[in-house]
Design a protein around this ligand. Structure first.
Ligand code: HPA
Length: 280
């Protein structure tokens, strides 16, 4: 077998021990910030910032719009660890590499994952700039981060995904969202990096997806395997209508995500402030 699970386990545990020594608190809450949303980390009260390059065995980011820093600080009065910059399948990483940082945090106490991304809207009632609560997902990335030998200490061989996105967390977010309009739907992860054709867009809509992107699902699978609760949020950067298909420009995607950043941050802040301490 090409993949050495024992060596992976050792790397995860070593990175975990390193972070445990560095972090000023036990990292119960993890935030993953996606495309164009990394500025949200600037609003945290930062205690510590560690470049990925200084963390043993961490992959390093190749995409300019994804800075690679782990930030420990507080947001909404709660201690959080934020990943500013993430790894994608389309960059050439395996899903074991993509999910390495989150697996490390799950080993040193992470209980809740808040994950955000920029996505293409497939549901034609969505508008650019909307925020969609991810209610469920479809994995079309031709890999699974749990493929290969299972480490029982890390989680079960066949993890249940009947509630991959916690209903309790979704309800809490809805309760505190107030004037911020929220959409809700199914996120489909595709391998990328090419964007969808009109025919693929029609297909994704037909199989039940409301938004499409190239991330998130691998991390959510690992979080569930590790027994974490997940809240997923997509910023709808563009809306793809198969019958009136417009070019999807990265510049537009990033600028829409940036424009929605403050709204997303306000939501996450209110959510964290309302999150009961017993959850942590
Ligand atoms: N497709 C895939 N990924 C994306 C899109 C899209 O239209 N927009 C932002 N990320």
């Amino acid at each position: 077998m090409g993949f050495q699970i024992e060596s992976y386990r050792q790397k995860v545990e070593e990175a975990g021990q390193f972070l445990k020594r560095q972090l000023p608190f036990s990292p119960s809450l993890v935030l993953i910030l996606g495309t164009g949303l990394s500025g949200a980390a600037e609003h945290m009260r930062k205690i510590l910032e560690i470049p990925y390059t200084e963390i043993p065995h961490f992959p390093s980011s190749t995409v300019e719009s994804h800075r690679g820093y782990l930030i420990a600080g507080s947001l909404g009065g709660k201690n959080v660890v934020a990943f500013q910059g993430r790894f994608h399948y389309y960059e050439g990483y395996s899903l074991k590499e993509v999910t390495f940082p989150l697996r490390v945090l799950s080993r040193i106490g992470a209980k809740i994952l808040i994950v955000s991304n920029a996505a293409g809207g497939l549901n034609l009632s969505f508008s650019p700039g909307d925020i969609m609560i991810i209610r469920d997902h479809i994995n079309l990335i031709p890999e699974n981060p749990l493929r290969g030998p299972n480490i029982e200490e890390w989680g079960p061989r066949f993890p249940d995904l009947s509630q991959a996105y916690s209903i309790d967390l979704i309800n809490l977010l809805k309760k505190v969202s107030m004037e911020i309009k929220l959409q809700e739907g199914v996120y489909v992860a595709v391998p990328g990096p090419s964007l969808e054709t009109p025919a693929e867009t029609r297909f994704l809509r037909l199989i039940g997806a409301d938004a499409v992107g190239m991330s998130t699902v691998p991390e959510v699978i690992v979080a569930n395997h590790a027994g974490m609760k997940v809240l997923g949020l997509s910023v709808i950067a563009n809306v793809n209508d198969p019958d009136h298909f417009q070019p999807i420009l990265l510049k537009e995607v990033i600028s829409q995500a940036k424009a929605a950043e403050q709204k997303l941050l306000t939501l996450v802040e209110r959510f964290l402030a309302a999150l009961p301490e017993e959850e942590l």
